[in-house]
Ligand binder design. Structure first.
Ligand SMILES: Cc1cc2nc3c(=O)[nH]c(=O)nc-3n(C[C@H](O)[C@H](O)[C@H](O)COP(=O)(O)OP(=O)(O)OC[C@H]3O[C@@H](n4cnc5c(N)ncnc54)[C@H](O)[C@@H]3O)c2cc1C
Length: 239
């Protein structure tokens, strides 16, 4: 199975590590009966459905997945709002309530930016609760792409000029167009927390860019926890 899926023009989600299978919530729920399943049976599947349906969420918190994410800063800011049962870390760490990003305070790699192609610009929405509406005319889209490319180029030139003239990296980064700049981080989260993220960010009212990342997370996590994630998300649809 491919554990790395590309998203947008330069981003990706990579499943770094997984603790548990669909048996994890089953065995966690049955621990008080001193029973342990070795293979997922129909009875186990019924138990998962029951736990998800009735909101017995703690067994789902024994399953954990770790992702490496490379996304524009605007997507990262939305993602970092998921705090409970999540850790957002660059590299390894053990806190479940802290996060870091590749901040460019120390220069580690070339800046990379998200630039929508001519056909990828969306119009302002008719309904103010939506973030965006229909695709915009590609004639203007081409101009928007060119304008953003120019903006990135000028920002990069000013950034390089500042660095070359001795300005520290932590201030020189002020010249970089930040919303579209890619940042990389690790996201380690319980299965329940991942389901909560997906329930919100697969929805049509989430920004299209984070929806694209959520679909990728769903593909990667479904392959490992097909029953549990399906049931946790079904519960949301029923609500
Ligand atoms: C479409 C959309 C638009 C949004 N727009 C904005 C915006 O304009 N501005 C903005 O700032 N944010 C916005 N958000 C982010 C949103 O407000 C949440 O911060 C984000 O979705 C994370 O969800 P959460 O708080 O449930 O997650 P977590 O903080 O991970 O919490 C998970 C769950 O734990 C429980 N929980 C958490 N803390 C407590 C507590 N103290 N006491 C009891 N229970 C608790 C709640 O049930 C919560 O749902 C938006 C989100 C979406 C999906």
């Amino acid at each position: 199975m491919n554990d790395k899926i590309n998203v947008l023009d330069n981003g990706y989600v990579r499943l770094v590590d997984v603790m548990g299978t669909d048996l994890t919530p089953v065995n966690a729920a049955r621990v008080s009966y001193a029973k342990e399943s070795q293979e997922l049976t129909e009875r186990d599947v019924r138990l998962i459905k029951f736990l998800a349906r009735e909101g017995h969420t703690s067994p789902f918190r024994h399953a954990i997945a770790q992702f490496e994410i490379y996304a524009p800063l605007m997507v990262a800011r939305q993602w970092w709002k998921y705090i409970v049962g999540s850790a957002h870390q660059e590299g390894t760490g053990d806190s479940l309530d802290a996060w870091n990003e590749s901040s460019r305070r120390y220069i580690t790699e070339e800046p990379v930016f998200y630039v929508p192609a001519a056909g990828e610009w969306r119009s302002a929405p008719e309904n103010s609760k939506q973030g965006s509406g229909e695709p915009i005319d590609t004639h203007f889209g081409r101009r928007a792409t060119e304008a953003l490319e120019l903006h990135v180029k000028e920002g990069l030139a000013a950034y390089t000029y500042a660095i070359e003239n001795g300005v520290c990296a932590e201030q020189a980064r002020l010249f970089l167009p930040a919303y579209g700049m890619y940042v990389r981080w690790y996201w380690t989260a319980s299965l329940q927390s991942i389901a909560h993220f997906l329930a919100q960010r697969l929805e049509h009212d989430a920004q299209a860019e984070i929806q694209a990342y959520a679909k990728t997370v769903l593909t990667l996590i479904e392959a490992r926890f097909p029953v549990s994630i399906g049931e946790l998300l079904t519960k949301k649809e029923d609500a």
